[in-house]
Design a protein around this ligand. Structure first.
Ligand code: B1M
Length: 216
């Protein structure tokens, strides 16, 4: 499979070509992580660069996003294995005002693949919905995603609402997304920060292990 051709399909917003390319790459034995890391994620970065240079506009972003979403769905079975006991329950979502959900979906899939039970609330999620879902489900960890610098305030408000909701001593919040930094995460009182999906899994595991150690 020519990964350059696959990347071009994604950048061109050709969903049929992208899904056919992903199927061919999987059939040739490439791993989901390699297809994502060497081809699809750099492809979306290129789409963002084209948008920044005003060569692409929102319709082109939407076409590439649709192709990426379909590709990610195809990779889901490999990213999220099944059949083992849940390592913990996590609520995930993109904060209010922000419609970007591809990166958050990837984080959710990687967590599922590592044995976590994930409740994915989608995008544009109000703070109170995170609070209510965490309370009703008994999840001990919430993951918040933001892709817009204009929704970092909603992320801060959501972290505050979750910490003020009295969800228990073991409750933790992690944050991530392109404009989020470790410094910002710590300033708004988040318990963890990760800059990509695989480090998010490591951070979630560490936070849950630390609360289990403290409890023991
Ligand atoms: Co928009 N958009 N977009 N967009 N978009 C960006 C984010 C932008 C950087 C493009 C640019 O200008 N270069 C820019 C934001 C600038 C800023 O605020 N700093 C931007 C803009 C401006 C906008 C609009 C305002 C455009 C407009 O209407 N004028 C508008 C906003 C709408 C809204 O949300 N209210 C808008 C709309 C859209 C679409 C709807 C068309 C579409 C999203 C479709 C969808 O998600 N279903 C879209 C897209 C596709 C993008 C780009 C091109 C690609 C985003 C993406 O999917 N990346 C993006 C440019 C870019 O990122 N280079 C852009 C691939 C994905 C795998 O990466 O999401 O970063 P990412 O996730 C990573 C990490 O960030 C991390 O792990 C993931 C996997 O490694 N991560 C976490 C994410 N969440 C995490 C949570 C964690 C841990 C890690 O813990 C909980």
């Amino acid at each position: 499979m020519d990964l350059k051709a696959l990347k071009k399909c994604l950048v061109d917003g050709d969903a049929a070509g992208t899904t056919a390319g992903v199927k061919a790459a999987l059939a040739e034995g490439l791993s989901a992580a390699d297809i994502l890391g060497d081809c699809l994620i750099p492809g979306m970065e290129e789409v963002g660069d084209l948008f920044s240079r005003a060569e692409y506009f929102v319709p082109e972003l939407l076409l590439s996003a649709r192709a990426m979403t379909q590709a990610v769905e195809l990779l889901k079975p490999e990213l999220s294995g099944s059949g083992y006991e849940a390592a913990g329950k996590v609520v995930m979502g993109t904060v209010q005002g922000d419609m970007h959900d591809i990166g958050k979906k990837l984080v959710a899939m990687m967590l599922e693949g590592n044995g976590f039970d994930v409740i994915d609330l989608g995008a544009d999620v109000p703070a109170q919905r995170f609070v209510e879902t965490a309370r009703e489900s008994g999840a001990t960890l919430v993951g918040l995603s933001s892709l817009l610098s204009t929704t970092l305030g909603a992320m801060e408000d959501t972290v505050k609402a979750l910490h003020e909701a009295g969800l228990g001593e073991d409750f933790r919040v992690i944050v991530g997304g392109a404009p989020v930094t470790a410094e910002f995460a710590s300033r708004i009182g988040a318990d963890g920060y990760a800059d990509d999906a695989s480090s998010a899994v490591a951070v979630v595991k560490d936070l849950i292990a630390a609360t289990a150690t403290n409890a023991g």
